[in-house]
Each structure stands twice: as structure tokens, then as C-alpha cells.
Design a protein around this ligand. Sequence first.
Ligand code: AGP
Length: 627
Amino acid sequence: MTSAQLFNGSPLDSSIWRICLCGIFGCLLHSGNAAPIIHSGLKQLEYRGYDSVGVATINDKGLFLKKDAGKIDEVHAMLDLDDLPGSIGIGHTRWATHGAPLKINAHPHTDCSQRIAVVHNGIIENFSILKETLLNKEHEFVSRTDTEVIPHLIEEEIIAGANLEDAVRTAVRQLEGSYALAVISAEEKDKIVCVRNQSPLIIGESVNGLFFSSDIPALLPHTNKVVYLENGEMAVLSREGLVIKRIEDGSIVSRKLTELSLTMEMAQKKGYPHFMLKEIYEQPETLGNALRLQRNYLDLIATFLDRAEELYLVACGTSYNACLAGSYMFSSLCNLATIPVIASEFIDQYGGAVGIQSTVLALSQSGETADVLHAIDYSRYHAATILGLTNTLGSTLTRVSRAYVCQQTGPEIGVAASKTYTGQLIVMAQLALRLSKIRGKVSQDAIDELEARLAQIPDVVDKIINGQAERVKEIAKKYSDARCYYFLGRGISNSTAAEGRLKLLELAYIPSIAYPAGESKHGPISLIEKGFPVVFICPRDSTRKAVISNIMEMKARGASIICILDETDKEMMDLADDYVPIPTNIPEILSPIPYSVPLQLLAYYSSVEKGIDPDQPRNLAKSVTVL
Ligand code: AGP
């Protein structure tokens, strides 16, 4: 089954499922006001991002715009997003990557004259260079976003005499990065110009008008007749109809409308039965996003890490397992000893030692976990330096950190962390590589080699998900009645074992125990009896030989051995009762990223096999905001 095939087998355009981090929607109606339609369209896209929202419309009196920080319902209650005149408009719901979720950073963004408005989904990688040029031409900027350069670039072209369509085309050809955007102008009141490069953009057509959207759910209430924009294409929506052109040369593209047979819920889950499975399948994309972080943020954190006299890695749950993996990365690449600590134990365990010499790197995808914030409060009170790694810009963690980096994984709806975990791991690896460069502990060749491998990780994960899901499903089925599972690993795979354990117990309610494999002889092995499932994380690395002896010890006592192993490791395959092969040549310190993916699938399929809802496991919350 490929990631782009709906579970009832009908094909979907996989390129449209590229994940980016906001939702844009707009329409050109033959009659009536656009604003209420845009408002409800954005509500359908709220699961993509929900920290600020805005709508802009045009009519013969000009351009009208309302926007603010907050969830759509909160902003609507304050500003009434339905109350803007005009049958043409654009809207945006945001998941901040550049610029905190404040009103000034909310979309739409405008030019100096406030007669051009733009909504954008994606990341403009060269925005700071473009902004500098525009500032030198005396353009005035009000936000800290990457997006705001776009209306000013368009303004430059219009001042030079271009019409809106040509101005947009010239402007976007200067952009680097991913973008789906829509533009309206008070000068040309009868059209919307849309552009797509990487980020998703779909056009819908109905008897009432034309619509554009980042995603299918928002279009379905209006039409199921859609056309997908491809990379490098722009669309002009006007009273005359829809015209698609190539940005490169302006040549016209003819493409038929596709008729969709989807329900709203199916569309939000992109055809997957659960958000968790959708989020597991999104990892090749989200890992790609996490590899496109602003270098200056990574360098800043690495500089602080380099100065740290003692470094605590503090978090809870899955984020703590990322800290554990990070401690192996910092040690092997930077000769830096770090202390991974479960946040709720931090004060009792290390409170007495924390002081001005301490640095705390806190990991929290939500950025709101109370135990983490409590540990940070205590540390700040004792003059420690606080650094943060989060998935939520504008969260409390970003406000209490001296410096932070946002992993750009996008919203995660499933309660159990999956894509945010691998996102944390790939950011920790990038930080360790940067610090290793600063400290000169590893040769430049070795660093270059590791960076080359790191860049391949999204494809490696794509291969695992699309090649091994069925195999993992069979294994989950085979052991779904198990009374208990063991997860064992050595070295950095110890963290992968811990994550495998956490996923299985929180999703399938199967009691699971994780141990450093070497520790299993010191007690845990007493539980082993015939058929007891033991999952070994065994990449082809420095721990392999020792892991083989641990496997032999378990096998001798009747355990069923399940190995997550290197696809070339025939010897290990022969030892295992079941195994999941992972593409070969994964550097040891990067192995937790690909090797944890089959464990996410194992937990997911075990929970489905047991009739449990993997998106809403009992007794759990997505963000634990109580101590
Ligand atoms: C993991 O699947 C759980 N949802 C939970 O353990 C989670 O990792 C923990 O609550 C930490 O959340 P945070 O990353 O938002 O701080």
C-alpha cells in the first residue's frame, strides 16, 4: 500500500499531500459575500495550524482586512471574520515558523500602500536577503515573518508598470523555498492570483464560483470538482474562469477537473483511518522540513551548548527519549557529557547542583508540559541558562528560553507522538554536528559524510514505511495477545527501545518493559518464558556482537525474538523469529530515526488489532499541562 492510496483503493495525487504548516483558503463568488465562506473554509483547515488567522477581501471600494493572533473562534468572537464586504477574498490559518504568533505576524500581509494582500503557506528560505534589498528601496516592514517580502516584491513590479499577474510571476521567481500563495489587489478587483511551489494548492470549481485551498476538506462543502496545481504553476481565478500557467514562461496549462468521492473526515485524515497513521506516513516530509531549519538558529543554540559547563537534557515521555538519544550524539560527536533527566524528577535529582554554571536544554513538542516548565522555572531561579527545542512557536517554552529552535514538524493530532519524535531526533543530530564542528572533535570528512547521510534520512524512512508496513502489521497481529513485551537495545538503541516500549503501552495497553540489553541479565530475564516477545533494536554498529549474545540468552529461555535489523544482516535474520529490515549504512548516531519507525507502526497496528482508537488512547492528553 503506498502512502497516496486511499484505504478504499482509489488513487489520490500524492504530491498534494506535501505537508506544510498553515492553511490557506479563498474564493471568487459569482454573488454574495466571500468572508463567511472563507471563515468556514479556514475552520476546516484548522487542524493544519491554529495560532493566528486573517481574512482579506476586495470590492470596488478597496481592500478590507481583519487578522489577529489566537484560534479562529477566538478571533472571530473579537473581530467578526464574516463581516467584510466583497465577493472575492483570501484567508489564512497559521502554524508559526518565522515570527511568534502575534497580530503583526498573522496573514494576510500587505505592501506599503496596503492595496496588495498575500496569504502564504510554506517557508521562504532567502527572505532575509530579499528583505534587505527592499529595505534599501525604502519599503516598510511591520512583521518578523518571511512571507511579508512577497507583497513588497509584487509592489515593486506594479510600480514598474506590470499588471498583477505579471508582477506576481516576476516576484515569485525571486523566491527560494516552499510556497503556496494567493494574492489580491485593490487595483485589479476581479481576480485572485495563486502560485504553487512544493506546498499544496488545489483549485475547486462550482456553479457558485471558484475556490482555492491548501487541502481538500475546505473545498468539499462547495464542490468535489477540483484541479491540483503542480510545482512551478500559477492560477488566475477571474470572472472569465480559471487559467493555469507555468511560472517559468507564462505558457498555458490545460488540465481537466477531477471529481472526488470523499467525506470530510476522510479528507482531514487524508484517506488514512487515523491521524496517527497519517502522521507516521508524513515523516519523510516532516523530516525534510526539519532539515530546512534556519542555520543561524542552530548555530546560536550550538554556541550556547559549547559554553555549557554542565548540560541537562530535560523532558517528559517521548521527548525524554529524544533527550536520551541526544546524550549519545553529544558524547560521540562532541565529547560532551550531558545529563538526560525526566522533568518531574529534575528538582529532586539535581536541584541541589543547579546554578549559574548549568545549562538546561528542554525538549517539548507542545512547549506547554507543566513538569518541563516547572523544572525550567526552578533552573531560571538558580541562574541557569535555558535553551528550548519545540514544535510550537509561541508556546511558553519559547518565551522562557534564552534561545530556542522550532523543529517545523507541523501540528500533531494523534495523542501519541510519532513525527514529532523523529523531528526532535533529527534536530538533535544537527545540533550535535554543529557543535562537533565548533569543537573540532571530528574530522571535516567525517562530518561531511554524516551530513550527507543525514540528508538521505527522509528517503530511508520513506522506504521503510512503504516497504515494511505490511510486515509489521503481521508481526503485531501475531503477538497481539502477548501479556507483556520486552524492548532491548544497546548504545544509542537503548533510547529506541525506550520509545518502542512507550508507544506500545500507551497505544495498545500491552505492558511493556525496555532495558539496556546488557542489563537484562540482572533481573528482567527472569520473566522470560516460551513465546515471550522480545524486540531487539540491532543496527549494524559497534554494539552488534554484544547484542547477539543477549539474543542467544533470551532464545535459550524460549523467547520469541523480533529484530529491527540492517537489511544486509543475514546472520541476525537467521537468529530472529520475526524481523523488520532497515536500509543499510545508517550511521550509529542517526539510527534512532529510521529504527524507531517500525516500532511506531507496531504500536499502531497492535492497537488497531485490539480494537483501540490509536488517536485517543485512554487516560492520556496530547499536552500534559498539570504537574
Ligand atoms: C508520547 O506519545 C506522549 N504523548 C507523551 O509521553 C509526551 O511525549 C509527553 O507528554 C511530552 O509531551 P511534550 O513533548 O509536548 O512536552
